[in-house]
Design a protein around this ligand. Structure first.
Ligand code: FAD
Length: 380
């Protein structure tokens, strides 16, 4: 049986970023991915926003890793010519007066989280920078941006391989068995051939399947509260290119408490296009698809009309959809990322990353640094 330091399950942005970091530190490692290329699941079906870290409860991993990851991503992208733009963002209070009262709360929360470049701006200040949108006031964020996620993943895959890490595609992790000195990882390829690795460390970054992978290793996911619920997010694209230029920044509504997403918002892409979404609704994880329901067009347009008054329903066509791996069910309280070395429940060297929904893309380089910190005492 081949022996390695680390096996990473899943070549999404999280697995690749961790892999690149550990390979650079000289660890022998395999990343095992069931698809024929990286990032075919959550990582290629998102808003591609470099979040600032405004919303998350202070002291949470989501807040900390988002704020740290934001800075790290800008640096990585600038140094390595990975497409990105610091487009800035406005969270707008529209016709509901109560929303205006929420802006100072968001500002304070963002500041507590260490977000720089936040300020509340008045209606006339909004009009100066975004003359075509509707807002009574807004929270302005200078550190929000957009990123070419595909090229970011390509970069991390390259760095991983450059440092002698391996990524094995078309291979499904089908078995995990605890041994006295690590884990036996069983992998099945597309032709049905089975391989076993002996790995001292297993890193579970399997996204939508991360709870199943933990269970495969023998972890009681119910007891640990690790069971994932799937929450779909759909996007519509604005086709009328004349209207793309009417907005320069990312425009978000004030979020509602306990909402499953941030509310239908407008994001720009690097080509200058304009998208609305994602919405958020829970689906049955055993029968889901990535179809975008055209009948939701009216609701999308209605939600966005509050701040984009120039929109017409005919401007919108279905775009993509993504799936959030959520630890909290509908209307339940906030749940943080699970990023843990599971020694205390009898699985030393097993690192779980469960519930890595947004801001997992933004946080990815900081997540990798955090995971490296978790395994250092074991491998040193
Ligand atoms: C609608 C939506 C919008 C979002 N917008 C943003 C945003 O703007 N900014 C932001 O920061 N974050 C955003 N996110 C969150 C971000 O996309 C995720 O946090 C991130 O992509 C998660 O990456 P991952 O590597 O954990 O998961 P994935 O990319 O899903 O990777 C996991 C991989 O594991 C593989 N796998 C699973 N089981 C097995 C197995 N048994 N064997 C082998 N391989 C396996 C899968 O095939 C998959 O490739 C958004 C998410 C969604 C759904």
């Amino acid at each position: 049986m081949e022996k390695v330091d680390v096996v990473i399950v899943g070549a999404g942005i999280v697995g690749l970023t961790i892999g690149a970091r550990l390979a650079k530190a000289g660890r022998s490692l395999y990343v095992i991915e069931r698809h024929d290329s990286f990032g075919q699941e959550i990582s290629s079906r998102n808003s591609e926003v470099i979040h600032a870290g405004i919303y998350y409860p202070s002291g949470s991993l989501k807040a900390r890793l988002c704020v740290e990851g934001n800075k790290m991503l800008y640096e990585i992208c600038s140094k390595n010519a990975i497409g990105h733009r610091r487009v800035e963002k406005l969270i707008v209070a529209t016709n509901v007066k109560e929303e205006e009262k929420d802006l100072p709360k968001l500002l304070e929360n963002g500041k507590r989280n260490g977000v720089l470049g936040l300020k509340i701006i008045t209606k006339s200040e909004v009009a100066k920078i975004e003359p075509n949108i509707e807002a009574r006031a807004a929270l302005y964020s200078s550190s929000t941006g957009i990123i070419d996620t595909h090229n970011l993943m390509k970069y991390f895959e390259y760095k991983l391989k450059e440092n002698k890490g391996e990524v094995t595609y078309n291979c499904n992790v089908v078995g995990l068995r605890k041994l006295p000195d690590g884990y036996e990882v069983t992998v099945k390829d597309t032709s049905g051939d089975i391989f076993n690795f002996h790995s001292q460390i297993v890193i579970n970054s399997a996204g939508l399947e991360s709870d199943s992978i933990a269970q495969m290793a023998g972890i009681d996911t119910k007891k640990q509260n690790y069971c994932l619920k799937y929450c779909k997010g759909q996007y519509f694209r604005v086709t009328n290119s004349r209207k793309h230029a009417l907005v320069n920044r990312l425009i978000y509504p004030v979020p509602h408490e306990r909402a499953s997403g941030l509310g239908v918002h407008a994001t720009k892409d690097l080509a200058g296009g304009l998208r609305l979404g994602p919405d958020a609704y829970y689906v049955d994880r055993n029968k889901f698809d990535y179809e975008v329901d055209i009948s939701k067009r009216k609701a999308f347009c209605g939600a966005a009309l509050k701040f984009l008054p120039f929109l017409e329903e005919e401007d919108l066509i279905p775009d993509t959809a993504g799936m959030r791996p959520k630890l909290q069910g509908e209307n339940e309280d906030f749940r943080d990322f699970v990023i843990k070395e599971e020694n205390c429940i009898g699985f030393p060297g097993f690192i779980n990353l469960i519930g890595i929904e947004s801001p997992g893309l933004t946080g990815s380089p900081a997540i990798a640094e955090y995971v490296e910190g978790l395994i250092k005492p074991i491998l040193s």
